[in-house]
Write a protein that binds this ligand. Structure first.
Ligand code: NAP
Length: 332
């Protein structure tokens, strides 16, 4: 059968454009024993994919030129030569951007769509939800008296991180890129305060005003000047979970900023970078907890769903323009 795939045509310098991606028709071979044929249903777009477009050493290897982009995909089994899967099963895997794909039974696992909608396994019950959970619970170690600041607050990770901090009894302030997003975090997700970083002229002062007792936990999704402003408000024994630095992913110059080490030292601050995969052995218990909070209504969830396989590159680029509220996924 013939199917379509999206490959990386050339590596971007700075902000990628649609021209970095090429659509190709390919012929799939017959499926072999131990393999399944899948039809992609929901495709995840994630900021870390920008890093994989560079030819640089990181925690996940660069995408290869002229090979399909890969990412989290929820797919439906359309043909099976595996004893583990039958036609109609819904599976999750780290899979190529192809409309139809032949994969080994070892590269996927079944998801239970009676527990939650299929797309949730790319969001709140998947990598972003887990990232929020471990960053807040294991690095932030929240106490009910803590004030927590979340940057990238209206995104997939930020919305969950802020709500988990609220569940722990903290006061939570979010920073996001529009008045609409600030309204959403306050009115729909229970944050206690919000800052629109695109219109606020003095973010450092705005954080100080919203956090009169200082900042105990900073969950950093964005880096850059927003983080400089938050970090100057940290309390003694504050914890900083370095989750992402999206404001720097497309920059072509080395970042410059204040030297923060003296402040970290004199205020005994713990700043820790982390990759969600570091906590792999604890995923089952975290997914169970996230599922319980979701089911009980303590954790709310939202997605931005873009329709059509041909929209995948546009959706990925949209992350860097703030086009999403909650988790951005593409439904095919
Ligand atoms: P997301 O927040 O759903 O989407 C990205 C958001 O980033 C956009 O909606 C946009 O919101 C904001 N943004 C884009 N450019 C920005 C800029 N220059 N300055 C400030 N904000 C900007 O994405 P996500 O999946 O939840 O990921 C959030 C962060 O966590 C990313 O940095 C990502 O790399 C990181 N992450 C880390 C791990 C890990 O294991 N450490 C795992 C998952 C994600 P605004 O409208 O607010 O600008």
């Amino acid at each position: 059968m013939t199917t379509e795939q999206i490959v990386l045509a050339f590596r971007p310098k700075g902000m990628p454009t649609l021209s970095n991606f090429t659509f190709e028709s390919i012929e799939l071979p017959e499926i072999q024993s131990g393999q399944v044929l899948l039809k992609g249903w929901y495709y995840s777009v994630d900021p870390y994919m920008r890093g994989r477009m560079n030819d640089a050493k990181s925690y996940s290897p660069p995408f290869q030129l002229d090979k399909p982009i890969e990412g989290g995909v929820v797919a439906i089994v359309t043909e099976s030569k595996s004893e583990l899967y039958k036609k109609g099963d819904v599976v999750l895997g780290f899979l190529p951007w192809r409309q139809d794909m032949i994969v080994s039974e070892k590269d996927i696992h079944k998801i239970d769509t009676s527990l939650a909608p299929a797309g949730y396994y790319l969001g709140i019950l998947g990598m972003p939800g887990l990232t929020a959970y471990f960053g807040i619970m294991h690095i932030g170690k929240p106490k009910a008296t803590d004030t927590v600041v979340i940057s990238g607050a209206a995104g997939a990770v930020g919305l969950v991180a802020g709500q988990i901090a609220k569940i722990q009894g903290c006061r939570v302030i979010g920073i996001a890129g529009s008045d609409e997003k600030v309204k959403v975090i306050l009115e729909e997700f229970g944050f206690d305060g919000g800052i629109n970083y695109k219109t606020e002229k003095n973010i450092q002062k705005a954080v100080a005003e919203l956090c009169p007792n200082g900042v105990d936990i900073y969950f950093d999704n964005v880096g850059g000047e927003i983080s400089d402003a938050v970090i100057s408000n940290l309390n003694f024994h504050a914890r900083v979970a370095l989750c992402g630095q999206i404001s720097l992913y497309n920059s072509t110059e080395g970042p410059v900023g204040p030297r923060i080490q003296p402040m970290l030292l004199t205020r005994s601050v713990l700043m820790q970078g982390f990759i969600v995969g570091n906590y792999q052995d604890q995923f089952p218990e975290a997914i169970k907890q996230l599922g319980q909070w979701t089911k009980s209504g303590k954790l709310r969830y939202t997605e931005t769903i873009i329709h059509g396989f041909d929209q995948l590159p546009t959706a990925l680029l949209g992350l860097f323009k703030g086009k999403n509220t909650g988790k951005m996924i593409v439904e095919v």
